[in-house]
Write a protein that binds this ligand. Structure first.
Ligand code: GLA
Length: 390
C-alpha cells in the first residue's frame, strides 16, 4: 500500500471510531548499510530511514486515565488505564505501545486519556524495524499531543527502553535512532556511545540498493540476540582484567583480544573478534563512500556477511544462499544479511537496471530449495519520524 493511501486509511479509521480530527504521525523503518550488532558494543553503525512507515493517528479523549489503541493491520484493540500499564503476552504489538507509555511516565511527564489508531506498510519480521517505527510513532505522538518537550534523541532512548522492558529484547539504539533521526538520501554514521552522528550521502551513481526478503521470520531471534549480548559482555569482563580502560568492545583491538585469548572460551573469543572487525569495517565503509569506491564498499559488505555467518553465527541457510548467489553475479558489488539475523532481508548493491534479471535467475531455485518465495523491495532513504504533511 502506498504511504498516502495508508495515511488516508488510518485517518478515516480514526475519525470513524472517535469522531475527532487526530494528529497524524509517520515513522519510518530502516535499513543498515553496515555495522551489525556493533550498536550495543558502543560501536559504529551506518543505518538509514526508508520510505516504508508506521502511520499513527492520535488524539486526546477527555478522560483522565482511559486510553485505547487500535492496530488496523491486526484488527485488535488494546484498552488500558494510565494508572495500571503492564506488559502483555510476549510477541504482541501491544508491548511496543505500552512500553513507550510507561517509559514516558517514568520521566515524570503527565499524560491523560488518549486514543490511537495505527497501521503500516513496513513488512513484518523482515528486519526493517517495524517495531522501532511503532515505538517512535507513539513517543513522537504523545510528545506532540501533550507538549512534553522531549528531544528526538531522548525519544529514541524511551523507545529503546520500551523494547528492553516490555518486549524483552535488549536491543541497541540503532533502529530507534535511524527511524527517528533519518535524513532524506543519507545514511547516518552513528557513534552509539556518544550518539553523535554524521549524515553520509548515499549516491551510488551506477548502482542502487536492493533488499531481498528471505521471508524467514526471525522467531527464535530474541533469546539468541540476548545471548550474543551476554557473550560480548563476558568478553569485556575478561579484557578488563588486562586492559582496565576497555569499557566496551568498541575500545578493544584485535591485539588486545589476542592478549586475553587464553582466558576465553572459543565462542566468546570468536564473537568478540567479529565485533571488533565489524566496527572497523563501518569506519572503512564511510571512507569508501567518501572516495566513491563502490567496489571497496561492496567487499566490506561481503566480509560483514562472512563474519555474521561464521563468527557471530546469526545467519541462516536462506540468507547465506542469497549472499552466495549475489557473490557469483558480476552485477552485484556487495551483499549481506541485515539486522538482527536468523531471517529477514539481505541488502545488496546492484548495478542499475540489473536487479530484475538477478531476481529472475534465483527465484525458482530459491522456492525449490526452501519451499518459500523471496520478495524484493526498492527503497528510498527518507527523513525520520514526523508529523504527516497532508
Ligand atoms: C536489531 C536490534 C539493533 C541491532 C541489530 C543488529 O535490529 O534492534 O539494536 O543490534 O539487531 O545490528
Amino acid at each position: 500500500m502506498t504511504t498516502t493511501r495508508l495515511t488516508d486509511k488510518i485517518k478515516s479509521l480514526f475519525i470513524d471510531k472517535h469522531n475527532t480530527s487526530p494528529l497524524l504521525i509517520q515513522s519510518p523503518g530502516r535499513i543498515n548499510l553496515i555495522g551489525e550488532h556493533t550498536d550495543y558494543n558502543d560501536g559504529f553503525v551506518l543505518p538509514a530511514a526508508i520510505d516504508r512507515y508506521i502511520s499513527c493517528a492520535i488524539d486526546k479523549n477527555g478522560h483522565a486515565d482511559r486510553c485505547s489503541v487500535y492496530a488496523a493491520d491486526f484488527r485488535e484493540t488494546c484498552e488500558f488505564n494510565l494508572t495500571d500499564v503492564k506488559p502483555q503476552e510476549k510477541g504482541s504489538w501491544k508491548n511496543y505501545v505500552l512500553g513507550v507509555v510507561v517509559e514516558i511516565q517514568k520521566t515524570g511527564k503527565e499524560l491523560s486519556g488518549f486514543d490511537i489508531v495505527f497501521g503500516g506498510n513496513i513488512p513484518n519480521g523482515a528486519g526493517l524495524s517495524s517495531s522501532a517505527a511503532l515505538e517512535n510513532s507513539i513517543a513522537f505522538g504523545l510528545n506532540q499531543l501533550f507538549g512534553l518537550g522531549i528531544s528526538r534523541r531522548d525519544m529514541t532512548l524511551i523507545s529503546q527502553q520500551a523494547e528492553h522492558h516490555f518486549a524483552g529484547v535488549k536491543c541497541g539504539i540503532m533502529d530507534q535512532f535511524a527511524s527517528m533521526l533519518g535524513q532524506k538520501d543519507h545514511a547516518l554514521f552513528l557513534d552509539c556511545r556518544t550518539l553523535d552522528y554524521t549524515p553520509v550521502r548515499v549516491d551510488f551513481a551506477n548502482h542502487e540498493l536492493l533488499l531481498i526478503n528471505t521471508n524467514v521470520k526471525h522467531s527464535l531471534a530474541d533469546s539468541a540476540y540476548n545471548d550474543r549480548r551476554i557473550a560480548c559482555e563476558t568478553g569485556v569482563e575478561l579484557l578488563q582484567t588486562k586492559f582496565p580502560h576497555i569499557k566496551a568492545l568498541r575500545d578493544a583491538t584485535e591485539d588486545d583480544l589476542l592478549g586475553v585469548k587464553p582466558l576465553m572460551d572459543t565462542e566468546v573469543y570468536t564473537r568478540c573478534l567479529y565485533i571488533i572487525q565489524e566496527n572497523n569495517r563501518v569506519q572503512q565503509a564511510v571512507t569508501a563512500m567518501g572516495d566513491d569506491d563502490i567496489s571497496k564498499l561492496g567487499s566490506l559488505l561481503f566480509a560483514s556477511h562472512k563474519g555474521l555467518q561464521h563468527q557471530y553465527e546469526v545467519s541462516c541457510p536462506e540468507l547465506d544462499y542469497l549472499v552466495e548467489k549475489a557473490k557469483q553475479n558480476s552485477d552485484i558489488t556487495g551483499s549481506r544479511m541485515m539486522g538482527g539475523g536468523f531471517g529477514g532481508c539481505t541488502i545488496n548493491i546492484v548495478k542499475k537496471g540489473t536487479a530484475d534479471r538477478f531476481v529472475q535467475d534465483i527465484e525458482q531455485e530459491y522456492s525449490r530449495k526452501f519451499d518459500k518465495k523471496i520478495s524484493t523491495y526498492n527503497v528510498a532513504l527518507t527523513d525520520g519520524t514526523g508529523l504527516t504533511e497532508l
